[in-house]
Write a protein that binds this ligand. Structure first.
Ligand SMILES: Nc1ncnc2c1ncn2[C@@H]1O[C@H](COP(=O)(O)OP(=O)(O)OP(=O)(O)O)[C@@H](O)[C@H]1O
Ligand SMILES: [Mg+2]
Length: 283
């Protein structure tokens, strides 16, 4: 059973002069092993929304069901939360133990497994993200690079075998090589673990490359929801709310203006280059 978000609203500092409605009547579902991209300009409510998914924040109205567990109910919330692996916008907040290995073991240890099983799950998770378990026994999280911190935070989450991977800007602060590595890692984890992914990103190119469905937030409301083809086709709408379209689409639009017959829907780099290769061959 999937995640169901029903008429969810959230107001920060409700009943005060500073009350601010960050989410307004949000409804959508996340299917089993679906990859959802969540986009929207800064302050549109992305982080607020994903913190509602694991019951970290309680909605002002509406509800979230995770595999049928009502996240408004304290008892059911614990069961729903166990299915969700959440990576926050800033990985430093997620790593706090003296060694990386201890950090990654934290989740499995809380699942009351025996010590050998805890160690096995932590080592396996570190290997999955490309970090050496033996080396991480000694290493402090503060000795890691930005990209390694992202990997370590992901390892800590996948060690708990979540059914849903919820990621808030997992590539933020990384160079292009690091971004590609982490994006590929997420795709690989999804394939190997069969989990669904809900990923927030400011990069339209990253979202275009990986999401099966995109949710566009604007001022706390869903402005668009659909496949990348559907969402990126509406350039005018995206521009109006301060979002770009993926770079290959910007290039395609420029070529079209100069009279080139560029087909629609070339929103990933790969599809654009493939078309360009064919076009050059036949020129
Ligand atoms: N703790 C808080 N108290 C009051 N208002 C808040 C709080 N956190 C966020 N907000 C407000 O709620 C709105 C949504 O914030 P949120 O952090 O969810 O946006 P976001 O889409 O994640 O932005 P970004 O892309 O910058 O991460 C913003 O207007 C923000 O100022
Ligand atoms: Mg945010």
């Amino acid at each position: 059973m999937p995640i169901v978000v029903e008429k969810l609203s959230y107001t920060y500092m409700q009943n005060t002069a500073n009350a601010h409605t960050a989410l307004d009547d949000i409804s959508f579902t996340v299917g089993d092993s679906e990859f959802i991209g969540l986009i929207g300009h800064t302050g549109s409510g992305k982080s607020t929304l994903i913190q509602q998914l694991n019951g970290l924040m309680q909605p002002t109205s509406g509800r979230v069901l995770v595999d049928g567990y009502d996240m408004n109910d304290k008892k059911q919330r614990a069961k729903g939360r166990a299915l969700i692996g959440m990576a926050f916008q800033y990985p430093d907040y997620q790593l706090f133990d003296s060694t990386v290995f201890a950090d990654v073991s934290f989740g499995p240890r809380n699942m009351k497994l025996d010590e050998a099983e805890v160690k096995r799950l932590a080592a396996e998770a570190l290997e999955l993200v490309g970090l050496d378990p033996a080396e991480m026994m000694e290493k402090s999280p503060f000795e890691l690079s930005g990209g390694q911190k992202r990997r370590a935070a992901l390892a800590g989450i996948i060690a708990m075998r979540p059914k849903y991977l919820v990621l808030d800007e997992p590539m933020a602060g990384l160079d292009p090589g690091g971004r590609r590595d982490v994006l590929e890692l997420i795709a690989r984890l999804r394939a190997e673990l069969g989990c669904a992914v809900i990923m927030v990103s400011h990069s339209m190119d990253d979202i275009a490359r990986s999401a099966e469905r995109i949710i566009v937030l604007n001022n706390g409301r869903i402005r668009m929801i659909g496949t990348p083809e559907q969402v990126f086709a509406d350039t005018a709408e995206l521009t109006e709310i301060g979002l770009d379209v993926p770079k290959p689409m910007q290039l395609a639009a420029m070529l079209k203006q100069r009279g080139a017959a560029v087909p629609d829907g070339l929103y990933t780099e790969e599809s654009f280059i493939e078309w360009l290769g064919r076009a050059v061959k036949h020129a």
